[in-house]
Design a protein around this ligand. Structure first.
Ligand code: NAD
Length: 483
Protein backbone atom coordinates (compact mmCIF):
# COMPACT_ATOMS: atom_id res chain seq x y z
CA UNK A 1 0.00 0.00 0.00
CA UNK A 2 1.25 3.55 -0.66
CA UNK A 3 2.78 5.58 2.18
CA UNK A 4 2.28 9.35 1.93
CA UNK A 5 1.14 12.31 4.00
CA UNK A 6 2.67 10.47 6.96
CA UNK A 7 0.41 7.40 6.78
CA UNK A 8 -0.29 4.19 4.88
CA UNK A 9 -3.18 4.88 2.56
CA UNK A 10 -4.43 3.08 -0.54
CA UNK A 11 -6.52 6.14 -1.35
CA UNK A 12 -9.01 5.60 -4.12
CA UNK A 13 -6.87 3.09 -5.97
CA UNK A 14 -8.25 -0.39 -6.52
CA UNK A 15 -5.49 -1.49 -8.89
CA UNK A 16 -3.11 -4.14 -7.60
CA UNK A 17 -0.01 -5.94 -8.79
CA UNK A 18 1.68 -9.17 -7.73
CA UNK A 19 5.26 -9.48 -6.52
CA UNK A 20 6.74 -12.82 -7.59
CA UNK A 21 9.47 -14.90 -5.94
CA UNK A 22 12.02 -15.45 -8.75
CA UNK A 23 13.15 -18.77 -7.24
CA UNK A 24 9.80 -20.52 -6.76
CA UNK A 25 7.88 -18.46 -9.35
CA UNK A 26 5.14 -18.12 -6.71
CA UNK A 27 3.34 -14.95 -5.67
CA UNK A 28 4.94 -13.37 -2.61
CA UNK A 29 2.43 -10.60 -2.05
CA UNK A 30 -0.16 -8.46 -3.83
CA UNK A 31 0.21 -4.70 -3.43
CA UNK A 32 -2.11 -1.78 -4.08
CA UNK A 33 -0.76 0.45 -6.80
CA UNK A 34 -0.67 4.21 -6.36
CA UNK A 35 -2.80 5.74 -9.11
CA UNK A 36 -2.79 9.33 -10.44
CA UNK A 37 -4.97 10.54 -7.52
CA UNK A 38 -2.51 9.17 -4.93
CA UNK A 39 0.44 10.57 -6.89
CA UNK A 40 -1.26 13.97 -6.91
CA UNK A 41 -2.05 13.79 -3.19
CA UNK A 42 1.52 12.73 -2.33
CA UNK A 43 3.05 15.55 -4.40
CA UNK A 44 0.70 18.17 -2.91
CA UNK A 45 1.42 17.00 0.61
CA UNK A 46 5.18 16.93 0.00
CA UNK A 47 4.98 20.46 -1.37
CA UNK A 48 3.12 21.78 1.67
CA UNK A 49 5.47 19.90 4.01
CA UNK A 50 8.25 21.96 2.41
CA UNK A 51 6.48 25.29 2.00
CA UNK A 52 4.41 25.57 5.18
CA UNK A 53 5.07 22.37 7.14
CA UNK A 54 7.40 21.15 9.82
CA UNK A 55 9.85 19.62 7.30
CA UNK A 56 10.57 22.98 5.67
CA UNK A 57 11.41 24.42 9.10
CA UNK A 58 13.68 21.53 10.15
CA UNK A 59 17.28 22.73 10.26
CA UNK A 60 20.35 20.89 9.01
CA UNK A 61 21.50 19.66 12.39
CA UNK A 62 18.08 18.10 13.07
CA UNK A 63 18.00 16.52 9.61
CA UNK A 64 21.43 15.04 10.28
CA UNK A 65 20.23 13.55 13.58
CA UNK A 66 17.22 11.98 11.87
CA UNK A 67 19.39 10.52 9.11
CA UNK A 68 21.79 9.05 11.68
CA UNK A 69 18.84 7.61 13.59
CA UNK A 70 17.53 6.12 10.35
CA UNK A 71 20.93 4.54 9.65
CA UNK A 72 20.87 2.98 13.14
CA UNK A 73 17.37 1.60 12.60
CA UNK A 74 18.37 0.12 9.23
CA UNK A 75 21.43 -1.43 10.86
CA UNK A 76 19.26 -3.04 13.53
CA UNK A 77 16.96 -4.39 10.80
CA UNK A 78 19.79 -5.62 8.54
CA UNK A 79 18.66 -9.24 8.68
CA UNK A 80 15.11 -8.35 7.71
CA UNK A 81 16.25 -6.11 4.87
CA UNK A 82 18.68 -8.74 3.59
CA UNK A 83 16.04 -11.48 3.72
CA UNK A 84 13.50 -9.37 1.86
CA UNK A 85 16.10 -8.38 -0.73
CA UNK A 86 16.98 -12.05 -1.42
CA UNK A 87 13.32 -13.03 -1.51
CA UNK A 88 12.32 -10.21 -3.81
CA UNK A 89 15.26 -10.26 -6.21
CA UNK A 90 16.68 -13.79 -5.96
CA UNK A 91 20.20 -12.66 -5.01
CA UNK A 92 22.26 -14.88 -2.68
CA UNK A 93 22.04 -13.89 0.98
CA UNK A 94 25.69 -12.88 1.43
CA UNK A 95 25.37 -10.08 -1.15
CA UNK A 96 22.86 -7.86 0.67
CA UNK A 97 24.65 -8.54 3.97
CA UNK A 98 28.14 -7.80 2.62
CA UNK A 99 27.39 -5.17 -0.01
CA UNK A 100 23.94 -3.59 -0.25
CA UNK A 101 23.06 -3.06 3.42
CA UNK A 102 26.51 -1.82 4.55
CA UNK A 103 26.38 0.60 1.59
CA UNK A 104 22.91 1.78 2.56
CA UNK A 105 23.91 2.42 6.17
CA UNK A 106 27.14 4.18 5.17
CA UNK A 107 25.24 6.33 2.67
CA UNK A 108 22.74 7.57 5.27
CA UNK A 109 25.56 8.26 7.76
CA UNK A 110 27.71 9.99 5.16
CA UNK A 111 24.90 12.36 4.13
CA UNK A 112 23.85 12.87 7.76
CA UNK A 113 27.29 14.45 8.11
CA UNK A 114 26.64 16.87 5.24
CA UNK A 115 23.21 18.00 6.48
CA UNK A 116 24.51 20.99 8.51
CA UNK A 117 27.56 21.70 6.35
CA UNK A 118 26.09 22.76 3.03
CA UNK A 119 27.63 26.19 2.75
CA UNK A 120 27.49 28.92 0.16
CA UNK A 121 30.35 31.05 -1.11
CA UNK A 122 31.33 34.63 -0.52
CA UNK A 123 32.37 36.20 -3.85
CA UNK A 124 34.22 39.55 -4.10
CA UNK A 125 32.35 41.88 -6.49
CA UNK A 126 33.13 45.42 -7.72
CA UNK A 127 31.33 48.50 -6.49
CA UNK A 128 27.98 49.48 -7.95
CA UNK A 129 27.46 53.20 -8.76
CA UNK A 130 30.15 54.03 -6.31
CA UNK A 131 28.67 51.89 -3.53
CA UNK A 132 30.32 48.76 -2.19
CA UNK A 133 28.68 45.39 -2.83
CA UNK A 134 28.53 42.22 -0.85
CA UNK A 135 27.83 39.01 -2.83
CA UNK A 136 27.34 35.48 -1.63
CA UNK A 137 25.58 32.27 -2.59
CA UNK A 138 23.31 29.95 -0.66
CA UNK A 139 22.32 26.40 -1.54
CA UNK A 140 18.63 25.69 -1.20
CA UNK A 141 16.80 22.36 -1.55
CA UNK A 142 15.64 21.78 -5.10
CA UNK A 143 12.15 20.95 -3.78
CA UNK A 144 10.03 17.82 -4.31
CA UNK A 145 12.23 15.02 -5.63
CA UNK A 146 10.76 11.97 -7.38
CA UNK A 147 13.15 9.03 -6.92
CA UNK A 148 12.57 6.11 -9.28
CA UNK A 149 14.60 2.95 -8.71
CA UNK A 150 15.32 -0.30 -10.59
CA UNK A 151 14.88 -3.85 -9.29
CA UNK A 152 18.50 -5.00 -9.26
CA UNK A 153 19.59 -3.23 -6.04
CA UNK A 154 16.60 -1.15 -4.97
CA UNK A 155 17.65 -0.58 -1.36
CA UNK A 156 21.15 0.64 -2.14
CA UNK A 157 20.21 2.70 -5.19
CA UNK A 158 17.25 4.09 -3.23
CA UNK A 159 19.62 5.22 -0.45
CA UNK A 160 21.83 6.98 -3.02
CA UNK A 161 18.84 9.12 -3.99
CA UNK A 162 17.02 9.52 -0.68
CA UNK A 163 19.93 10.29 1.66
CA UNK A 164 21.38 13.36 -0.12
CA UNK A 165 17.92 14.73 -0.91
CA UNK A 166 16.73 14.49 2.71
CA UNK A 167 20.09 15.80 3.97
CA UNK A 168 19.60 19.10 2.13
CA UNK A 169 15.91 19.33 3.06
CA UNK A 170 14.11 18.14 -0.08
CA UNK A 171 10.88 16.15 0.17
CA UNK A 172 11.32 12.73 -1.46
CA UNK A 173 8.71 10.57 -3.19
CA UNK A 174 10.09 7.13 -3.93
CA UNK A 175 8.63 4.95 -6.70
CA UNK A 176 10.21 1.54 -6.12
CA UNK A 177 10.44 -1.11 -8.85
CA UNK A 178 7.29 -3.21 -9.26
CA UNK A 179 9.38 -6.41 -9.30
CA UNK A 180 11.14 -5.67 -5.99
CA UNK A 181 9.30 -3.12 -3.83
CA UNK A 182 9.46 -4.79 -0.41
CA UNK A 183 12.52 -3.16 1.17
CA UNK A 184 11.31 0.29 0.12
CA UNK A 185 8.11 -0.25 2.09
CA UNK A 186 10.11 -1.39 5.11
CA UNK A 187 12.24 1.74 4.75
CA UNK A 188 9.12 3.95 4.91
CA UNK A 189 8.19 2.55 8.32
CA UNK A 190 11.73 3.21 9.61
CA UNK A 191 11.76 6.76 8.22
CA UNK A 192 8.65 7.42 10.28
CA UNK A 193 10.25 5.83 13.36
CA UNK A 194 13.38 7.95 12.87
CA UNK A 195 11.23 11.04 13.41
CA UNK A 196 10.98 12.58 9.95
CA UNK A 197 7.85 14.75 9.81
CA UNK A 198 4.95 13.79 7.54
CA UNK A 199 5.56 14.59 3.89
CA UNK A 200 9.36 14.47 4.06
CA UNK A 201 9.32 10.96 2.58
CA UNK A 202 6.67 8.99 0.69
CA UNK A 203 6.68 5.63 -1.07
CA UNK A 204 4.33 4.99 -3.98
CA UNK A 205 4.43 1.38 -5.14
CA UNK A 206 3.24 0.71 -8.66
CA UNK A 207 4.16 -0.09 -12.20
CA UNK A 208 6.25 2.13 -14.43
CA UNK A 209 3.67 3.07 -17.01
CA UNK A 210 1.09 3.85 -14.31
CA UNK A 211 2.56 5.24 -11.10
CA UNK A 212 5.96 6.09 -12.59
CA UNK A 213 4.59 7.98 -15.58
CA UNK A 214 2.06 9.89 -13.40
CA UNK A 215 4.89 10.92 -11.09
CA UNK A 216 7.28 12.14 -13.78
CA UNK A 217 4.47 14.01 -15.55
CA UNK A 218 3.36 15.78 -12.37
CA UNK A 219 4.24 19.50 -12.60
CA UNK A 220 4.66 19.69 -8.80
CA UNK A 221 7.76 17.47 -8.98
CA UNK A 222 10.87 19.69 -9.15
CA UNK A 223 13.43 16.99 -9.80
CA UNK A 224 13.41 13.43 -11.09
CA UNK A 225 16.21 11.20 -9.91
CA UNK A 226 16.00 8.11 -12.06
CA UNK A 227 17.95 4.87 -12.28
CA UNK A 228 16.93 2.32 -14.88
CA UNK A 229 17.13 1.59 -18.57
CA UNK A 230 18.06 4.16 -21.24
CA UNK A 231 14.61 3.64 -22.83
CA UNK A 232 12.81 4.77 -19.68
CA UNK A 233 15.50 7.38 -19.02
CA UNK A 234 14.57 8.98 -22.34
CA UNK A 235 10.90 9.16 -21.26
CA UNK A 236 11.99 10.78 -18.00
CA UNK A 237 14.09 13.34 -19.90
CA UNK A 238 11.15 14.18 -22.20
CA UNK A 239 8.77 14.57 -19.25
CA UNK A 240 11.31 16.68 -17.35
CA UNK A 241 11.83 18.95 -20.35
CA UNK A 242 8.34 20.33 -19.70
CA UNK A 243 9.13 23.07 -17.22
CA UNK A 244 12.89 22.31 -17.55
CA UNK A 245 12.79 20.32 -14.37
CA UNK A 246 16.02 18.87 -13.12
CA UNK A 247 17.01 15.25 -13.66
CA UNK A 248 19.70 12.82 -12.70
CA UNK A 249 19.72 9.82 -15.00
CA UNK A 250 21.70 6.72 -14.05
CA UNK A 251 21.24 4.36 -16.95
CA UNK A 252 22.85 1.24 -18.35
CA UNK A 253 26.35 0.19 -19.24
CA UNK A 254 28.55 -2.11 -21.33
CA UNK A 255 31.62 -1.61 -19.22
CA UNK A 256 35.06 -2.82 -20.28
CA UNK A 257 37.43 -4.69 -17.99
CA UNK A 258 40.91 -4.49 -19.54
CA UNK A 259 43.44 -7.13 -18.55
CA UNK A 260 47.02 -6.24 -19.52
CA UNK A 261 49.78 -8.83 -19.90
CA UNK A 262 51.54 -7.56 -16.76
CA UNK A 263 48.47 -8.01 -14.53
CA UNK A 264 48.39 -10.41 -11.60
CA UNK A 265 46.31 -12.89 -13.57
CA UNK A 266 44.81 -14.74 -10.62
CA UNK A 267 43.76 -11.53 -8.92
CA UNK A 268 42.43 -10.24 -12.24
CA UNK A 269 40.46 -13.43 -13.00
CA UNK A 270 38.84 -13.27 -9.57
CA UNK A 271 38.01 -9.58 -9.91
CA UNK A 272 36.78 -9.86 -13.48
CA UNK A 273 34.62 -12.81 -12.42
CA UNK A 274 33.04 -10.74 -9.66
CA UNK A 275 32.66 -7.89 -12.13
CA UNK A 276 30.52 -9.94 -14.47
CA UNK A 277 28.81 -12.47 -12.20
CA UNK A 278 28.00 -10.51 -9.01
CA UNK A 279 24.24 -10.05 -8.56
CA UNK A 280 23.68 -12.47 -11.49
CA UNK A 281 25.24 -9.86 -13.78
CA UNK A 282 22.21 -7.64 -13.15
CA UNK A 283 24.44 -4.67 -12.39
CA UNK A 284 24.60 -1.41 -14.32
CA UNK A 285 28.39 -1.38 -13.95
CA UNK A 286 28.81 -5.08 -14.82
CA UNK A 287 32.15 -5.55 -16.55
CA UNK A 288 30.55 -7.34 -19.47
CA UNK A 289 33.24 -6.63 -22.09
CA UNK A 290 36.40 -8.40 -21.02
CA UNK A 291 39.38 -7.21 -23.09
CA UNK A 292 42.46 -9.42 -22.70
CA UNK A 293 46.02 -8.89 -23.98
CA UNK A 294 46.85 -11.54 -26.58
CA UNK A 295 50.03 -12.89 -24.87
CA UNK A 296 48.09 -13.89 -21.73
CA UNK A 297 44.76 -14.59 -23.43
CA UNK A 298 44.78 -18.42 -23.12
CA UNK A 299 46.04 -18.45 -19.55
CA UNK A 300 43.66 -15.73 -18.35
CA UNK A 301 40.63 -17.25 -20.06
CA UNK A 302 41.39 -20.64 -18.48
CA UNK A 303 41.45 -19.02 -15.03
CA UNK A 304 38.25 -17.06 -15.66
CA UNK A 305 36.44 -20.17 -16.91
CA UNK A 306 37.63 -21.90 -13.71
CA UNK A 307 36.03 -19.08 -11.75
CA UNK A 308 32.75 -19.49 -13.66
CA UNK A 309 32.76 -23.24 -13.03
CA UNK A 310 33.10 -22.57 -9.30
CA UNK A 311 29.98 -20.42 -9.22
CA UNK A 312 27.24 -22.23 -7.33
CA UNK A 313 23.89 -21.44 -8.89
CA UNK A 314 20.91 -22.03 -6.65
CA UNK A 315 18.40 -20.95 -4.07
CA UNK A 316 19.65 -17.70 -2.47
CA UNK A 317 18.79 -19.12 0.96
CA UNK A 318 20.90 -22.28 0.51
CA UNK A 319 24.31 -22.24 2.13
CA UNK A 320 27.07 -21.99 -0.45
CA UNK A 321 24.96 -20.44 -3.20
CA UNK A 322 27.01 -17.79 -4.97
CA UNK A 323 24.58 -16.93 -7.77
CA UNK A 324 20.81 -16.73 -7.55
CA UNK A 325 17.94 -16.31 -9.98
CA UNK A 326 17.26 -13.55 -12.49
CA UNK A 327 14.40 -11.24 -11.66
CA UNK A 328 11.65 -12.59 -13.91
CA UNK A 329 10.77 -14.73 -16.91
CA UNK A 330 11.19 -11.75 -19.24
CA UNK A 331 14.78 -11.31 -18.10
CA UNK A 332 15.52 -15.02 -18.72
CA UNK A 333 14.09 -14.67 -22.24
CA UNK A 334 16.16 -11.53 -22.84
CA UNK A 335 19.42 -13.09 -21.61
CA UNK A 336 18.77 -16.35 -23.53
CA UNK A 337 18.14 -14.37 -26.71
CA UNK A 338 21.57 -12.72 -26.35
CA UNK A 339 23.21 -16.09 -25.76
CA UNK A 340 21.64 -17.37 -29.00
CA UNK A 341 22.85 -14.24 -30.80
CA UNK A 342 26.39 -14.75 -29.49
CA UNK A 343 26.39 -18.27 -30.94
CA UNK A 344 24.85 -17.13 -34.22
CA UNK A 345 27.38 -14.31 -34.66
CA UNK A 346 30.30 -16.70 -34.19
CA UNK A 347 31.62 -16.19 -30.64
CA UNK A 348 32.88 -19.36 -28.89
CA UNK A 349 30.76 -20.46 -25.96
CA UNK A 350 33.34 -21.32 -23.28
CA UNK A 351 31.07 -22.12 -20.37
CA UNK A 352 27.39 -21.96 -19.39
CA UNK A 353 24.70 -20.78 -21.77
CA UNK A 354 21.78 -22.84 -20.49
CA UNK A 355 18.74 -22.39 -18.29
CA UNK A 356 18.75 -25.25 -15.77
CA UNK A 357 15.71 -27.55 -15.64
CA UNK A 358 13.06 -26.91 -13.01
CA UNK A 359 11.46 -23.93 -11.34
CA UNK A 360 13.06 -20.52 -11.00
CA UNK A 361 14.48 -17.88 -13.32
CA UNK A 362 18.02 -19.25 -13.40
CA UNK A 363 20.63 -18.89 -16.15
CA UNK A 364 24.12 -20.40 -15.90
CA UNK A 365 27.15 -18.11 -15.65
CA UNK A 366 28.17 -17.77 -19.27
CA UNK A 367 31.37 -16.71 -21.05
CA UNK A 368 31.93 -16.15 -24.75
CA UNK A 369 35.52 -16.10 -26.06
CA UNK A 370 37.22 -14.92 -29.28
CA UNK A 371 34.53 -12.31 -29.69
CA UNK A 372 34.77 -9.02 -31.56
CA UNK A 373 33.55 -5.65 -30.39
CA UNK A 374 31.11 -5.45 -33.30
CA UNK A 375 29.06 -8.44 -32.12
CA UNK A 376 25.69 -7.72 -30.55
CA UNK A 377 26.84 -9.32 -27.27
CA UNK A 378 29.62 -6.71 -27.11
CA UNK A 379 27.41 -3.77 -27.98
CA UNK A 380 24.13 -4.17 -26.14
CA UNK A 381 23.53 -4.36 -22.43
CA UNK A 382 22.47 -7.92 -21.52
CA UNK A 383 21.95 -7.34 -17.78
CA UNK A 384 22.62 -10.97 -16.95
CA UNK A 385 25.57 -13.30 -16.20
CA UNK A 386 27.09 -13.20 -19.70
CA UNK A 387 30.67 -12.03 -20.30
CA UNK A 388 32.09 -11.33 -23.76
CA UNK A 389 35.85 -11.83 -24.03
CA UNK A 390 37.73 -9.91 -26.73
CA UNK A 391 41.49 -10.25 -27.34
CA UNK A 392 43.62 -7.14 -28.07
CA UNK A 393 47.13 -6.59 -29.44
CA UNK A 394 48.25 -3.18 -28.17
CA UNK A 395 47.52 -0.72 -25.41
CA UNK A 396 46.02 1.78 -27.84
CA UNK A 397 43.84 -0.89 -29.42
CA UNK A 398 42.49 -1.78 -25.98
CA UNK A 399 41.57 1.85 -25.33
CA UNK A 400 39.99 2.16 -28.78
CA UNK A 401 37.85 -0.94 -28.21
CA UNK A 402 36.91 0.20 -24.71
CA UNK A 403 35.75 3.57 -26.06
CA UNK A 404 33.92 2.12 -29.05
CA UNK A 405 30.62 1.82 -27.21
CA UNK A 406 27.32 3.65 -26.90
CA UNK A 407 27.77 3.53 -23.13
CA UNK A 408 30.24 5.23 -20.76
CA UNK A 409 29.54 4.21 -17.19
CA UNK A 410 32.46 2.28 -15.69
CA UNK A 411 35.77 0.65 -16.66
CA UNK A 412 38.20 -1.61 -14.84
CA UNK A 413 41.92 -1.88 -15.54
CA UNK A 414 44.15 -4.75 -14.47
CA UNK A 415 47.88 -3.99 -14.65
CA UNK A 416 50.92 -3.81 -12.40
CA UNK A 417 52.28 -0.72 -14.21
CA UNK A 418 51.20 2.38 -12.30
CA UNK A 419 51.97 4.71 -15.22
CA UNK A 420 49.88 2.67 -17.61
CA UNK A 421 47.09 2.43 -15.06
CA UNK A 422 46.71 6.19 -14.63
CA UNK A 423 47.49 6.99 -18.28
CA UNK A 424 44.79 4.62 -19.55
CA UNK A 425 42.37 5.74 -16.81
CA UNK A 426 42.51 9.23 -18.34
CA UNK A 427 41.88 7.97 -21.87
CA UNK A 428 38.98 5.63 -21.16
CA UNK A 429 35.54 7.19 -21.56
CA UNK A 430 33.68 6.26 -18.37
CA UNK A 431 32.16 7.95 -15.37
CA UNK A 432 34.23 5.76 -13.03
CA UNK A 433 37.45 3.83 -13.54
CA UNK A 434 38.69 1.18 -11.10
CA UNK A 435 42.27 -0.05 -11.11
CA UNK A 436 43.02 -3.60 -9.93
CA UNK A 437 39.61 -3.96 -8.28
CA UNK A 438 36.05 -3.88 -9.53
CA UNK A 439 33.86 -0.79 -9.11
CA UNK A 440 34.64 0.09 -5.49
CA UNK A 441 31.42 1.51 -4.06
CA UNK A 442 31.54 4.33 -1.61
CA UNK A 443 29.12 7.15 -0.80
CA UNK A 444 32.04 9.61 -0.89
CA UNK A 445 32.68 8.90 -4.57
CA UNK A 446 30.57 10.53 -7.27
CA UNK A 447 28.71 7.96 -9.38
CA UNK A 448 27.24 8.22 -12.86
CA UNK A 449 28.02 8.03 -16.55
CA UNK A 450 27.60 9.75 -19.88
CA UNK A 451 26.53 8.83 -23.44
CA UNK A 452 23.67 6.29 -23.09
CA UNK A 453 24.77 5.68 -19.49
CA UNK A 454 23.09 8.86 -18.33
CA UNK A 455 23.37 12.38 -17.08
CA UNK A 456 24.64 13.88 -13.85
CA UNK A 457 26.24 12.37 -10.76
CA UNK A 458 24.99 11.00 -7.47
CA UNK A 459 26.89 10.61 -4.18
CA UNK A 460 29.71 12.63 -2.66
CA UNK A 461 29.51 16.42 -2.92
CA UNK A 462 27.96 15.87 -6.37
CA UNK A 463 24.96 14.35 -4.58
CA UNK A 464 24.52 17.58 -2.61
CA UNK A 465 24.85 19.73 -5.74
CA UNK A 466 22.35 17.53 -7.56
CA UNK A 467 19.69 18.22 -4.91
CA UNK A 468 20.22 21.94 -4.39
CA UNK A 469 19.86 25.17 -6.32
CA UNK A 470 22.64 27.70 -5.89
CA UNK A 471 21.22 31.17 -5.34
CA UNK A 472 23.28 34.34 -5.71
CA UNK A 473 22.59 37.30 -3.40
CA UNK A 474 24.14 40.72 -3.96
CA UNK A 475 23.62 43.59 -1.53
CA UNK A 476 24.52 47.14 -2.55
CA UNK A 477 25.62 48.82 0.64
CA UNK A 478 25.02 52.39 1.66
CA UNK A 479 28.37 52.66 3.24
CA UNK A 480 31.06 54.97 1.93
CA UNK A 481 34.02 53.41 0.17
CA UNK A 482 37.40 54.39 1.62
CA UNK A 483 38.93 57.41 -0.19
P1 NAD B 1 13.37 0.18 -16.19
O1 NAD B 1 13.78 1.40 -16.90
O2 NAD B 1 12.44 -0.73 -16.87
O3 NAD B 1 12.67 0.53 -14.80
C1 NAD B 1 13.30 1.35 -13.84
C2 NAD B 1 12.24 2.03 -13.01
O4 NAD B 1 11.51 2.90 -13.86
C3 NAD B 1 11.20 1.08 -12.39
O5 NAD B 1 10.84 1.54 -11.12
C4 NAD B 1 10.03 1.20 -13.35
O6 NAD B 1 8.79 0.92 -12.75
C5 NAD B 1 10.12 2.66 -13.73
N1 NAD B 1 9.47 2.99 -15.00
C6 NAD B 1 9.28 2.20 -16.08
N2 NAD B 1 8.62 2.88 -17.04
C7 NAD B 1 8.38 4.12 -16.55
C8 NAD B 1 7.75 5.29 -17.08
N3 NAD B 1 7.20 5.33 -18.28
N4 NAD B 1 7.72 6.40 -16.31
C9 NAD B 1 8.28 6.41 -15.07
N5 NAD B 1 8.87 5.34 -14.52
C10 NAD B 1 8.93 4.20 -15.26
O7 NAD B 1 14.71 -0.55 -15.76
P2 NAD B 1 14.86 -1.91 -14.94
O8 NAD B 1 14.55 -3.03 -15.89
O9 NAD B 1 14.13 -1.85 -13.68
O10 NAD B 1 16.40 -1.87 -14.57
C11 NAD B 1 17.37 -2.30 -15.45
C12 NAD B 1 18.10 -1.15 -16.10
O11 NAD B 1 18.55 -0.23 -15.09
C13 NAD B 1 19.36 -1.57 -16.81
O12 NAD B 1 19.45 -0.92 -18.06
C14 NAD B 1 20.48 -1.14 -15.90
O13 NAD B 1 21.70 -0.94 -16.49
C15 NAD B 1 19.93 0.08 -15.30
N6 NAD B 1 20.59 0.38 -14.01
C16 NAD B 1 21.45 1.45 -13.95
C17 NAD B 1 22.13 1.74 -12.77
C18 NAD B 1 23.08 2.92 -12.70
O14 NAD B 1 23.45 3.36 -11.61
N7 NAD B 1 23.53 3.47 -13.81
C19 NAD B 1 21.91 0.96 -11.65
C20 NAD B 1 21.03 -0.12 -11.73
C21 NAD B 1 20.36 -0.38 -12.93
Amino acid sequence: MPYFAGRWDSGRSTDTFDVIDPVTERRLVTLTEAGPAEVDAAVSFARSALDDGEWGRTDGAARGRMLNRLADLIEEATELFATLESLDIGKPGFEPRAIDLPQVIQTFRYFAGWADKVEGRSIPTPSYMGRPTHSYTVREPVGVVAAITPWNSPTMIGAWKIAPALAVGCAVILKPPEDAPLTSLLLASLVEEAGFPAGAFSVLPGRGRGTGQALIDHPGVDKISFTGSPETGYKVAVAAAKGFRRTTLELGGKSPQIVYADADLEQAAQGVGIGIFANQGEVCAAGSRILVARPVYEEFVERLVGHALNVKLGDPFDEGTTMGALINEGQVTRVSRYIDLGLKEGASLLVGGRRPEGKGYFVEPTLFGDASNSMTIARQEIFGPVGTIIPFDSEQQAVAIANDSDYALAATLWTSDVNRAHGVARQVKAGAVAINGWAPLNPRLPWGGFKLSGLGRELGWSGIEANTEEKTVTAVLSYPLPE
